[in-house]
Design a binder for this molecule. Sequence first.
Ligand code: B16
Ligand code: MG
Length: 218
Amino acid sequence: MKAVLFDLDGVITDTAKFHFLAWRDLGAELGIEVDEAFNEELKGVSRIDSLERILAQGGVADKYSSAEKDELCVKKNADYLELIKEMTPADILPGIIPLLEELKSAGIKMIVTSASKNAPGILDLLQVRAYFDGIVDPATVAAGKPAPDIFLAGAQLAGVAPADCVGVEDAASGVEAIKAAGIVAVAVGDEQVLALADRVLPSTADLSLAVLRETWEN
Ligand code: B16
Ligand code: MG
């Protein structure tokens, strides 16, 4: 194992609740209910693809022009940024700093492979950006998760073969993307939702160099 490819939302910090609140409010304005179960399907999914899924859920996908959809995305993101602006290092999920320290000491490359265009700003708020050797810009990859592109780009940014990487994810779409890239997947969360992963852990607190290495070796 030469590199670890990290998802951000749901792995390094829990921004999922803020994405949910912002989508729920936008949905309410459009007369479309976004509940927590539906929100699960939006995890790891890009901003525009999330909006498309919400509009499809409301049966109104054809009612909006692409310019109007862009405007709705801008609105959602403004609400989201307002919600996350007070984030601090206290919002880093349990076990993440010890893991980043262990990986750094072992000389293992660390790359952020998040669908979020806000990832660099969030890493700055959390004061963890310096740990990472690179952040894949999701705007530069052709297809979002569950397509493998972002994880293949992550391996390339690390200068390592996909077979020598481990991807860490919290979302079904993300695990699917990691596996499609031919990369070993460690997931955090519900075993049923994340069944495609090579290993599922209940919490980020269970992540360690030993667990990642052991999963990669097997
Ligand atoms: P943004 P991840 C994903 O981040 C989120 O899980 C998903 O809910 C969000 O829509 C997506 O980023 C895009 O985020 O609107 O900030 O560009 O889980 O891939 O780190
Ligand atoms: Mg995620």
